[in-house]
Design a binder for this molecule. Structure first.
Ligand code: 4GW
Ligand code: MN
Length: 333
C-alpha cells in the first residue's frame, strides 16, 4: 500500500516550513515576554527592560547617534538606559517631580490634552505635581488625576506682547522655585502646546538638563540661531557652542532650575534696559546659560519632536510632540 500520493509528497517541504514558522513565532513570543518588550519591532533590541540584565561591556548601545557629551553627560536615547533599574533607584528616593506649564490667554486650550497625555506617559509610578500658571483660572478644566498626582493652578499676570509672555516664564519659574525648594526634588519646565506620545520617565532626571532642539539637530554651531549681537547678554560668538537647546523643555533640581531661571531673567532685564531682545527670546538666554553651565543630562530629540520634520531612522520613539497650532486662532488675544 502506498502511504503518500505523489502530489502530496511534493508538499512535504512546505509542512516542514510550517513547523519552522510555528517554532519561530513561539520563540519570538517567549523572547518578547522574557524581556518585557513594549513593541514587537523592538524584540531584539529592548533587552534593557530586564532589571538584572548584564550590560555588554564590549558593545556600544547605540552607534548611530552621540550618546555622551564631551563633558560626559549622557544624551538620553532609546536603548541607552534600563528604566527598571532607574525606576527602582528613584522609588527608593521617593522622588517628587514638579512640572510647570504656562497657559496665558488663549493657550489655556492646550491644558486638557496636555495633562491627559501626561497622565498616560509622564513619570508613571512616581509622585507628580502639575503647576499650571495662568491668567485665566476659570478656563482650566477640572480633571481627575491618577494616584499620587496633583494639580495646582497659579494665577499670574499676562503681558501684551507675546515675546514677554514667553520670556517672563523665567521670572515666574524663578520665584516659584525659590518657594518650592523644600517640597519638590526636581522641576521640569515645558511648553503647553505639546502632547506626550510615549514614556517620559525618571531617565530624564538629573541636576540640570536641557533638550536638543530638533530643528538644529546635527548642524554646525555657526548655523545655530544663537543671539549674535555682542551687546546682548545672550550673545554667543560663532566659533562657540556645543548643542542648541530648546526653550520648550528643561529642568533639574529645584536649586539648579532657580539658578538657571534667575540668570535668564536678570539677563533679560539688563537687555530690556538697553532696548535689546534676542532672536529667540528666553531660548537664547537658556542657550547662553547652558553653554557655560553644562547640563548633567541632555535629552535627545525623542523628547521634543515636530512631525513636520518627518521620522528619521535614528528616531526610535517620539515621546513629546509639538501640537500643530492654528497661529491666527490661537495667538490673537
Ligand atoms: C504669538 O502670538 C504668541 S502667543 C507666541 C506665544 C504665545 C503664548 C505663549 C501665549 O499667548 N500664551 C502662552 O501661555 N504661551 C506660553 O509660552 C505657552 O506655555 C507656550 O507653550 C510657551 C511658548 O510659546 P509657543 O509655544 O507659542 O512658542 P513655540 O511656537 O516656539 O513653541
Ligand atoms: Mn511651543
Amino acid at each position: 500500500m502506498q502511504s503518500l500520493k505523489p502530489e502530496r509528497a511534493l508538499w512535504r517541504p512546505w509542512w516542514l516550513m510550517k513547523y519552522f514558522v510555528i517554532v519561530l513565532l513561539l520563540s519570538l513570543w517567549w523572547y518578547t515576554l522574557k524581556y518585557n518588550c513594549r513593541y514587537p519591532e523592538e524584540t531584539f533590541t529592548c533587552k534593557t527592560q530586564l532589571k538584572n540584565e548584564q550590560p555588554n561591556t564590549v558593545r556600544m548601545q547605540r552607534t548611530d547617534v552621540l550618546i555622551l557629551s564631551p563633558w560626559l553627560a549622557p544624551i538620553i536615547w532609546n536603548g541607552t538606559y534600563n528604566l527598571a533599574i532607574l525606576n527602582a533607584q528613584f522609588h527608593h528616593r521617593d522622588v517628587r517631580v514638579g512640572i510647570t506649564v504656562f497657559a496665558i490667554k488663549k493657550y489655556t486650550v492646550f491644558v486638557q490634552n496636555f495633562i491627559e497625555s501626561a497622565e498616560k506617559f509622564f513619570m508613571i509610578g512616581h509622585k507628580v505635581n502639575y503647576y499650571v500658571f495662568t491668567d485665566r483660572v476659570s478656563d482650566i478644566p477640572n480633571m481627575t488625576l491618577n494616584k499620587d498626582r496633583n494639580l495646582t493652578i497659579l494665577k499670574v499676570p499676562s503681558y501684551p506682547r507675546w515675546q514677554d509672555v514667553s520670556m517672563r516664564r523665567m521670572e515666574m519659574i524663578r520665584d516659584f522655585a525659590r518657594e518650592k525648594i523644600a517640597s519638590e526634588d526636581f522641576l521640569v519646565c515645558v511648553d503647553v502646546d505639546m502632547k506626550f506620545n510615549d514614556e517620559v520617565g525618571v531617565e530624564i532626571l538629573s541636576d540640570l538638563f536641557g533638550t536638543l532642539n530638533p530643528w538644529m539637530f546635527g548642524l554646525p554651531h555657526e548655523q545655530y540661531t544663537y543671539e549674535r549681537n555682542p551687546q546682548s547678554e545672550a550673545y554667543i560668538p560663532t566659533d562657540e557652542g556645543d548643542f542648541y537647546y530648546a526653550g520648550t523643555f528643561f529642568g533639574g533640581s529645584v536649586e539648579k532650575v532657580y539658578k538657571l531661571t534667575n540668570f535668564c531673567h536678570n539677563a533679560m532685564m539688563t537687555d530690556k534696559a538697553k532696548n535689546l531682545e534676542p532672536v529667540w527670546h528666553d531660548e537664547s538666554y537658556l542657550n547662553k546659560y547652558l553653554l557655560y553651565h553644562k547640563p548633567t543630562k541632555i535629552l535627545s530629540p525623542e523628547y521634543l519632536w515636530y512631525d513636520d520634520l518627518g521620522i528619521p531612522a535614528f528616531l526610535k520613539r517620539r515621546r513629546f510632540l509639538a501640537v500643530r497650532k492654528n497661529y491666527n486662532e490661537i495667538r490673537n488675544r
